[in-house]
Design a protein around this ligand. Structure first.
Ligand code: PXP
Length: 238
């Protein structure tokens, strides 16, 4: 089965809107795992507008599945990740002020930067993944960064899916095949939801992991976190 990593940033956003500790992000991470999540993802940003540095340290000891920290590899981020030692770090190219990640890496232009950063994480024993578009040249160049995985940026898939699912998934199938043949494992994320997830997963048989936040937390408002996680997991049965 493809693993479901639940991104709990939106829970922190809700907490931060009021001050105090409701909802409790550590409890949310514990509960999400008890309800069947295969991993927890956080994206600490420099302005701490959702997940804070302290949250990352507080969550680490309660992880019994897989901890994935995503973010732009600034010096501060690299040091944070190395001291927390998650199972996986996912590198995104977005600037600190971006509302959400909105593009993958240009792995050609940033090849030597990514090589250096990835070498540092690997030396620390942390698996790496890089957020990437379906451009075959970028996938091929990703191989030279020595990353373990790529995370395909699925926003374009999610946008086109309601109009033309076949056309929407085609570039992702091609990109995933190129990555797989080159020995890279494939993750995916962004705007995946209960409508588009099953189809995506069915077309990429070796998909390892999806990381889902916004839609899943929004669904949980209506369905509850436990039922929502179970429904997402059902979409991921191969
Ligand atoms: N993957 C990455 C790299 C992201 O930045 C995000 C958003 O934080 C996601 C996956 C999850 O996207 P969504 O919140 O749309 O499910």
């Amino acid at each position: 089965m493809t693993k479901l990593s639940v991104n709990i940033n939106k829970i922190a956003t809700l907490r931060n809107s009021r001050g105090g500790n409701i909802p409790d992000v550590v409890k949310a991470a514990i509960d999400a795992q008890n309800f069947g999540a295969d991993g927890i993802t956080v994206h600490p940003r420099p302005d701490e507008r959702h997940i804070r540095r302290k949250d990352v340290f507080d969550i680490r000891p309660i992880i019994r599945t897989e901890f994935n920290i995503e973010g732009y590899p600034s010096r501060q981020f690299i040091d944070l990740v190395k001291s927390v030692k998650p199972h996986q770090v996912t590198l995104v190219p977005d600037p600190p002020e971006a509302i959400t990640s909105n593009a993958g890496w240009d792995t050609i232009t940033h090849l030597s930067f990514l090589q250096d950063v990835i070498a540092e994480f690997k030396e620390a024993g942390i698996r790496t993944s890089i957020f990437i578009d379906t451009n075959p040249d970028f996938i091929l160049s990703a191989v030279n960064t020595n990353t373990d995985r790529v995370e395909l940026y699925t926003e374009p898939y999610a946008t086109l899916f309601p109009i033309n699912p076949e056309k929407a998934v085609a570039p992702f199938v091609e990109a995933a095949n190129i990555a797989n043949k080159a020995g890279l494992k494939v993750n995916a994320g962004h705007d995946l939801n209960l409508q588009n997830l099953k189809y995506f997963n069915e077309h990429i048989p070796f998909l390892k992991e999806v990381s889902i936040g916004h839609a899943l937390i929004a669904d949980a408002l209506y369905l509850g976190l436990e039922r929502t996680i179970n429904l997402y997991k059902e979409q991921l049965i191969k």
